[in-house]
Design a protein around this ligand. Sequence first.
Ligand code: FES
Ligand code: FES
Length: 161
Amino acid sequence: MSTEEIEVDLTVNGESHAVTVEPRELLAQTLREKLNCRGINIGCESSSCGACTVQYNGKSLKSCTRFTAQSDGADIVTIQGLANDGTLTELQRAFTENHALQCGYCTPGIIMAVDEYLSENPDPSRTEIRSEALQGNLCRCTGYQNIVDAIEVAADRRNTE
Ligand code: FES
Ligand code: FES
């Protein structure tokens, strides 16, 4: 380890990891490249697209906006840790059933952001889904209609469970 490098402890999808990083290494890079979280996509690296969104200590976070060195002790969930023992969540199922993706590049980030949004706002209107739940995530393919449909279906199911 060079004098510049820093050791950071992270919990990712329930597993503990110690990683050694340069001070300016982005959390998105560490998760994807060192911890094999290939569900994290890196698009803009400037906080615009949301493709790198994870849940960080229970809140959604664009992981390109944080240095790994700032994240010691963080508890992180990525799309790979969302399903429970291989059973997809209602939100994940609704995305597949409603054809809410095309290339899929945006999808993991959208699901991680919306999963956290629905836990705080369980019954959003379609307007709120567009203006709030999806405000931090871009999709270049779908036109959003099917994504909004999927989120509405998932919210309804979660509320009747
Ligand atoms: S890569 Fe992080 S917001 Fe675009
Ligand atoms: S499905 Fe391609 S960017 Fe959203």
